[in-house]
Design a protein around this ligand. Structure first.
Ligand code: SF4
Ligand code: FES
Length: 247
C-alpha cells in the first residue's frame, strides 16, 4: 500500500505547528496504524529528519496512551476502538490520511501528536480511591455485591483515560471520564462511605482544570473506545445534587 500521511508537526507547546505531508510506500494492510507510523519514522531516521512524536504503551487497547485524531475522528474511522487496535486494512491504497493530536485547551500539545493529559490525573487524585486503611484484601465472597451493581461498576471502570471524550466534544467536556471514575467507586459498597465528598471534589477539580460544560450532545459516547454510556453523566449529576443538598 502507498499512503500519503498529513501529520501535525509541532516542536513544543509554544511553537507554531503545521500539517506536513509524507508519502510512504510499501505498507501492508496487515500492519497496525502505529506500525505504519513506526515505518514512517524509520524512513525519517534514514533521511536524517526528526521523527514524529506519538504516544503508546500496551498497543492492545488497555492503557489509553495512543489517542490521536485520524481523518477527523478520535481513534480513527471505527466505533469503540483505540488507535493501536486500528489496522491499515481500514484504508484504501493511495489514500490521504490526516493525523492530528487531541485538540482541547486542557490538553496542551507537548510535541507533534503528544498532548499533556495530566489534568485527568489531578481529577483522579481528588477522590478515585478509598482513604480507609483496610489492610490486606478481604476474602472476595465475604462482601457480597449484587450482580447488577458489580456489572455497572465494571462497565464504568472500563474507562482507560484516553481523552477521546474530551477531544471529540465541542465543549471539551471531561464529564464522561469524570463520571465513569465517580460511578465506578460510588456504586460499590467500599466506596459508599466517601461517596458525597468524592463527587464534590472530583467535579470541582474537573471544573478547575478548565474543561467545558456538558451539553449532552453524546459525541463522547460515540467516540469512546470502551463504549462508556452517557447515562453515567446523568448519574454523576444526580449524585452531585444529592451531595450538595446533604451539605
Ligand atoms: S470515557 Fe471513554 S473516551 Fe473518555 S477517557 Fe474514558 S475510555 Fe477514553
Ligand atoms: S497503546 Fe495502549 S490503548 Fe493504545
Amino acid at each position: 500500500m502507498n499512503i500519503i500521511f498529513k501529520i501535525w508537526r509541532q516542536n513544543g507547546p509554544t511553537e507554531k505547528g503545521e500539517l506536513k505531508e509524507y508519502l510512504i510506500e510499501g505498507l501492508t494492510e496487515d500492519m497496525s496504524f502505529l506500525e505504519a507510523l513506526d515505518y514512517l519514522n524509520e524512513a525519517l531516521v534514514l533521511k536524517g529528519e526528526k521523527v514524529i512524536a506519538y504516544e503508546y504503551d500496551c498497543r492492545e487497547g488497555i492503557c489509553g496512551q495512543c489517542g490521536i485524531f485520524i481523518n477527523g475522528r478520535a481513534h480513527g474511522p471505527h466505533d469503540h476502538m483505540t488507535t493501536c487496535q486500528l489496522h491499515m486494512r481500514s484504508f484504501k491504497d493511495g489514500e490521504t490520511i490526516v493525523v492530528e493530536p487531541w485538540r482541547a485547551a486542557s490538553f496542551p500539545i507537548i510535541k507533534d501528536l503528544i498532548v499533556d493529559r495530566s489534568a485527568f490525573d489531578r481529577i483522579i487524585e481528588k477522590g478515585a480511591y478509598i482513604s480507609a486503611r483496610t489492610g490486606t484484601a478481604p476474602e472476595a465472597n465475604a462482601l457480597p455485591i449484587p450482580k447488577l451493581v458489580a456489572d455497572k461498576a465494571m462497565d464504568a471502570a472500563a474507562c482507560i483515560g484516553c481523552g477521546a471524550c474530551v477531544a471529540t466534544c465541542k465543549n471539551s467536556s471531561a464529564a464522561l471520564f469524570t463520571a465513569a471514575k465517580i460511578n465506578h467507586l460510588n456504586s460499590l459498597p467500599q466506596g459508599k462511605a466517601e461517596q458525597h465528598q468524592r463527587v464534590q471534589h472530583m467535579t470541582a477539580q474537573m471544573e478547575a482544570e478548565g474543561f467545558g460544560s456538558c451539553t449532552f450532545t453524546g459525541a463522547c459516547e460515540v467516540e469512546c473506545p470502551e463504549a462508556i454510556s452517557i447515562a453515567n453523566i446523568a448519574e454523576m449529576n444526580a449524585r452531585k445534587l444529592k451531595a450538595n443538598l446533604l451539605g
